[in-house]
Write a protein that binds this ligand. Structure first.
Ligand SMILES: Nc1ncnc2c1ncn2[C@@H]1O[C@H](COP(=O)(O)OP(=O)(O)OP(=O)(O)O)[C@@H](O)[C@H]1O
Ligand SMILES: [Mg+2]
Length: 304
């Protein structure tokens, strides 16, 4: 089977041996899907660590098949999709054991990254996230922001002198801030958990829908940060971020201070995740400074 090179590499990097086994089993899983749902699967989309492909049902209806390694991440995503039903892409069917979900096809299906005007894209993103309001279920497997804090704590313990381009001092500071932020959350909500341009798709005339929820429980301000790490311009990153923060704060009636503080914490964690030997995500890394500077400019000045 001819698989995308980058996809194979990423699966091996993230899932190690389990990933290798899963890659080997993909032809069988595809055949299983085709038989179980009487569908014909076509060439996959551009892939990261899941196998996602368009398919046609017997009656000609188009669907999207997503095949994942049936571990925690998949189970969280499935539960988040179920909880968000009616508010995002429709879940048609699933097979928990084999890590498969069948989704409605969003058409035309291009992503929010196609919108050239950054302010327009940000307004659309704000409108999409505005819809994603669901109370937190009493019993759920979806992790809270405390789990993200724990992830950062593990990184700090393992890399006390810093990781990649991030200094030990910055790691410590971000962890302290993460703890403070978690202790002072006012309203816990079900979050998308991976909200960004490439997970918002055009669906019909002027309509947009979110896909691919990772599922997370916490404060809405946190959910906006991953968006702000994506599709950054070459220049004027500070100004563009300032404007994005402004739009989200106003459109969603949020706490600007907490957006910037979560911005700092999450960006340190998100950058640390990308460190692989000498390489890391430079776009994410520069944003640590941007959030810090924005906070200092707006809030430290006010307290003087
Ligand atoms: N319901 C859908 N309708 C149309 N296209 C879709 C749909 N779901 C997914 N896609 C396409 O497949 C791509 C990958 O899907 P998805 O984001 O769910 O996978 P993923 O592996 O979790 O992605 P990543 O980890 O990169 O965020 C999307 O960017 C989109 O182009
Ligand atoms: Mg995605």
């Amino acid at each position: 089977m001819n698989l995308q090179k980058q996809f194979v590499q990423s699966v091996r990097l993230y899932f190690k041996e389990r990933g290798e086994e899963w890659l080997q089993s993909l032809p069988n899983l595809i055949q299983y899907c085709e038989e179980k749902w009487s569908i014909q699967m076509r060439e996959p989309f551009s892939l990261s660590v899941n196998y996602v492909a368009p398919a046609t049902m017997l009656d000609g209806k188009e669907v999207v098949v997503k095949i994942c390694i049936p571990e925690n991440g998949f189970l969280d995503e499935l539960e988040a999709l179920q909880l968000f039903q009616k508010k995002m892409v429709k879940l048609i069917d699933y097979d928990k054991e084999n890590g498969i979900i069948i989704l409605e096809t969003l058409s035309p299906g291009y992503t929010l990254a196609e919108i050239a005007d950054d302010e327009e894209a940000c307004q659309i993103a704000a409108n999409v996230i505005k819809e994603l309001v669901v109370p937190v279920p009493i019993k759920t497997r979806i992790p809270t922001l405390k789990a993200r804090e724990e992830e950062l704590k593990k990184i700090v313990e393992k890399h006390s002198n810093g990781i990649g381009p991030i200094s030990g001092h910055t790691l410590q500071k971000a962890l302290k801030m993460f703890t403070y932020m978690n202790q002072t959350i006012r309203q816990q909500l079900l979050l998308h958990g991976d909200f960004h341009h490439y997970n918002v798709l055009a669906s019909g005339e002027g309509e947009w829908k979110a896909i691919d929820p990772k599922g997370l429980i916490g404060e809405i301000e946190y959910d906006l940060i991953q968006y702000m790490l994506n599709k950054l311009p070459e220049k004027r990153v500070y100004e563009v971020t300032e404007r994005r923060v402004e739009i989200f704060t106003n459109e969603l009636n949020l706490d600007k201070e907490r957006i910037l503080l979560w911005g700092y914490c999450h960006t340190v964690l998100a950058t640390a995740w990308t460190v692989d030997g000498e390489s890391y995500n430079k776009g994410f890394f520069q944003m640590i400074n941007v959030f810090e500077k924005l906070y200092a400019t707006i809030f430290d000045t006010m307290s003087n």
